[in-house]
Design a protein around this ligand. Sequence first.
Ligand code: DGY
Length: 326
Amino acid sequence: MKPSVFVAIPMFEEVLDHLRQHFEVVDNQADTLFTPAQLAEKLQGHAGAITTGTERIDAALLAACPQLKVVANMAVGFNNFDVPAMTAAGVQATNTPDVLTETTADFGFALLMATARRVTESEHFLRAGQWTKWRYDMFAGAEVHGSTLGIIGMGRIGQGIARRAAHGFGMQVTYHNRSRLSAELEVQCQARYVSKTELLQQADHVMLVVPYSAESHHTIGSAELALMKPTATLVNIARGGIVDDAALAQALQEGRIASAGLDVFEGEPQVHPELLKCGNVVLTPHIASATVQTRKAMAQLAADNLVAYLTRGQALTPLNSVQGRA
Ligand code: DGY
């Protein structure tokens, strides 16, 4: 009998067909959002699951689902996984690195450009019929080319953004990261390692690409915002919770920084009501990796991880090392 897997999120039909060649598949094409108790119930009897950032996989869920052997996150971020709990339970965790790097770096740059050059704010003005004449200072934004970009979090996506900034836009790139890049990578990215304080004080634009963890919670709060230039922009394509959204809304309203571009939010899909009131913020609904090709590649890799682990005992992009569940 084929093992059974639960695809907790809506999925490309071709990927479901691929999974059906190996497994009994229960899908969620109805796009139901499950409470933790409902998710535990849905996972009963399944050996594998595909999830994304909305499904929390923790010790309580694992204890309630003893047949679960592998959970494949369709995302590079995995803060919805309690990886130590998964390891302790012998459950394989996987994510989808690499396949989304360049697409997400493209979007980081798109959000930076839209924010610094006030693209959405000016479009709303035009659509509202308020454009009656050309003015020298109408929606005058911040220069991007030749300016200084500070990147916090210099993994693969951060490096992709640095290359775009340095090679494409002639920007000076500084970065801060838990560990410094090799000299070779620093040359490739034309990026200079600095302290977080120096980065915040000197950057014209600050880009956040750091994974979410207890340590990175509120990497940017009121103290950090106070260090930034009043003309600076802040872009967050990392995770909600990296920025203190209430403090950011206040800083934007008081003009303590010029503008922000946000693709991720604390408690998303809810967005802090004060951010919604700010004209100087560009808001997008967690779409940094959303191109058809990249989303298909992410879905395929998540599916391939289930196939590889459940048929050969070896995941393609594992997040933990496990002995396996009996
Ligand atoms: C990721 O891959 O982590 C993206 O944020 C989508 O969740």
